[in-house]
Design a protein around this ligand. Structure first.
Ligand code: KIV
Length: 268
């Protein structure tokens, strides 16, 4: 029997019960089907698709149309996992109206069930405008990849006292604005632990240590399907790229040798 659909209240209750939350990225129908069957709580249609799916150097060129295409493909798997659509660069930063309109597109066209956006207290009005439309919002603090030019690259955040205080203040501002959870990316583990302890909403860590309420990874990293680079915080649970290469080599050999297609794969 198929498990019941995961909802935002389920995610909040997991924090109350101190039950760890799992999230993985998904960009397409077959992978979303497998991840949901495996039992992951949330599927993030991340703008990391721009890098690990489309091969771009960063996430900055992702568009709303692209993200809606991925979100719809994921939703076609009818996953039991909650679908979270990641708002791409410049799709929400300009005004609360722009943010609400694009978050609405994620729900109505992409069939996502929540949205995620990067940034702290400066986006309270945008988060409130989206929440007012009944759309759950996940925050994202620490290393926010849409700001890499400001940070000067992919670097750990919140290392000094002032930066740590700003992260804590931002987290409370996001909670107050109505976020149902917050991704903490590349934040020192002790700070992420303190934030998790202080907040009523769940924290989902990526490179933020073991004390967050949940964890997220980019699926092609976890499966060893994206080999361009691997951040320190990634654990590879499989190395699928060589397996795919071997399978394709066997196919090429069999076609060349006239072994495929055999009678079993031929219509009489
Ligand atoms: O786009 C993405 O995959 C993300 C995760 C790294 C949290 O934002």
């Amino acid at each position: 029997m198929k498990a019941a659909k995961t909802t935002v209240p389920d995610i909040l209750q997991k924090k109350e019960r101190r039950e760890k939350i799992t999230m993985l990225t998904a960009y397409d129908f077959p992978m979303a089907s497998i991840l949901s069957k495996a039992g992951v709580d949330m599927l993030l249609v991340g703008d990391s698709a721009n890098m690990v799916f489309a091969g771009e150097p960063n996430s900055l060129t992702a568009t709303m149309d692209q993200m809606i295409y991925h979100s719809r493909a994921v939703s076609n798997a009818q996953p039991v996992s909650l679908i979270v659509g990641d708002m791409p660069f410049m799709s929400y930063q300009l005004s609360p109206e722009q943010a609400a309109e694009n978050a609405g597109r994620f729900i109505s066209q992409g069939r996502a069930e929540a949205v995620k956006l990067e940034g702290g207290g400066e986006f309270v009005k945008e988060i409130e405008a989206i929440s007012k439309c009944g759309i759950p919002v996940m925050g994202h603090l620490g290393l926010t990849p849409q700001s890499i030019h400001k940070f000067g690259g992919f670097k750990v955040q919140g290392r000094d006292e002032a930066a740590a205080k700003k992260l804590m203040d931002d987290a409370f501002a996001l909670q107050q604005a109505g976020c149902f959870s917050i991704v903490l990316e590349c934040v020192p583990a002790d700070l992420a632990g303190k934030m998790t302890e202080s907040l009523a909403i769940p924290t989902i860590g990526i490179g933020a240590g073991p004390d967050c309420d949940g964890q997220v990874l980019v699926t092609p990293d976890l499966l060893g399907l994206f080999e361009r680079f691997t951040p320190k915080f990634v654990k590879r649970y499989a190395s699928l790229a060589p397996l795919v290469e071997e399978a394709v080599k066997s196919y090429i050999e069999e076609v060349k040798a006239g072994k495929f297609p055999s009678e079993d794969h031929t219509y009489k």
